[in-house]
Design a protein. Structure first.
Length: 103
């Protein structure tokens, strides 16, 4: 009985360890423009040197699909972004080097 529970625990650990490798690919809209992000006083952001406003519910997503705050994105970061109806940034995807090279 004890061996069975140890084996079950070991199997659970193996399955949990492989979970991060199963992250689904990001779905960035084809129409999302490319740019280079630099921070500004919130709710501002510079995209390619142009001051833009972030929407109140802006989401910034890293390559590992984690949501971060604007201050966690370093200046000069390649991004893709999506605007809301008022022209404010509503979604911002931080790009990997490979994704940025597809520009």
């Amino acid at each position: 009985m004890r061996i069975a529970s140890l084996l079950a625990g070991a199997l659970a650990l193996v399955l949990c360890a492989s979970a991060p490798a199963q992250i689904a690919p990001r779905k960035i809209p084809d129409k999302a423009p490319y740019g280079t992000y630099s921070p500004a006083a919130f709710p501002g952001a510079y995209i390619d040197g142009r001051l833009m406003q972030m929407a109140p519910g802006v989401r910034i997503v890293t390559p590992s699909n984690r949501t971060v705050t604007p201050s966690q994105v370093p200046p000069g970061t390649p991004v893709r972004y999506e605007l809301d109806a008022q022209g404010k940034i509503r979604m911002l995807w931080v790009l990997t080097a490979e994704e940025a090279s597809k520009r």
